[in-house]
Ligand binder design. Structure first.
Ligand code: AP5
Length: 187
């Protein structure tokens, strides 16, 4: 199964991908996690990304594509993957198409998690208190939501036109949302 999870910040992409990987037996690839690992390691890429991420902007498409290409090339992706956090704009959606065509692994499905904005803000404020993620402060959250509306939301239409997109209601318990995603995938 080659799956993309789309949705605004706080919609539950990471939470559900972590659960789906057990069900589908494919790796969860979060570009946010890959970037945070680079930041934590203090690598040159991490140093470049740190400020951009903290203020809620997108890291450059070139950096992301290089990172993704190397991750998808690893052996554990041979049977598929769950992509969380990529693509984030139309250029990345095109780049992903090119990359997957090159490795002969077209997407099977794209799931969009729908959650109202007030609930997103509430969830991210909760995580800010519990985990203190650098970009969960109110100013960065506002920016991330704006970047989502401006750059990422058009990706929904890109996959809708292909007929591979399923909308899933992301409001409910973790088990309820997981069951809806699995149903949308025909599992
Ligand atoms: P990334 O890590 O992808 O952050 P995000 O998209 O803002 O996503 P979040 O992790 O905030 O939300 P999520 O949808 O995964 O929800 P989660 O499950 O965590 O990206 C971070 C940054 O990296 C970007 O801003 C950018 O700078 C950079 N970046 C990453 N990818 C990039 C790309 N492709 N191009 C350029 N730059 C890129 O849940 C959130 C909270 O809600 C948690 O506390 C969770 O416990 C809770 N929750 C989840 N589901 C439920 C539920 N059903 N009920 C109640 N609470 C719930």
């Amino acid at each position: 199964m080659r799956l993309v999870l789309l949705g605004p910040p706080g919609s539950g992409k990471g939470t559900q991908a972590a659960r789906l990987k057990e069900k589908l037996q494919v790796p969860h690839i979060s570009t946010g996690d890959l970037l945070r690992a680079e930041v934590a390691a203090g690598s040159p890429l991490g140093l470049q990304a740190k400020e951009v991420m903290a203020r809620g902007d997108l890291v450059s498409d070139e950096i992301l594509l290089g990172m993704l290409e190397s991750r998808l090339g690893r052996e554990d992706c041979a049977k598929g993957f769950i992509l969380d956090g990529y693509p984030r704009n139309l250029a990345q959606a095109d780049a992903l198409d090119g990359l997957l065509a090159k490795i002969g692994q077209p997407l099977d499905a794209v799931v969009q998690l729908d959650v109202p904005t007030d609930l997103l803000v509430e969830r991210l404020a909760g995580r800010a208190k519990a985990e203190g993620r650098a970009d969960d402060n109110p100013e960065s959250v506002r920016k991330r939501l704006q970047v989502y509306d401006d750059s990422t939301a058009p990706v929904i239409g890109f996959y809708e036109k292909r007929g591979v997109l399923a909308h899933v209601d992301g409001v409910g318990s973790l088990d309820e949302v997981l069951a809806r995603i699995l149903a949308a995938l025909g599992h």
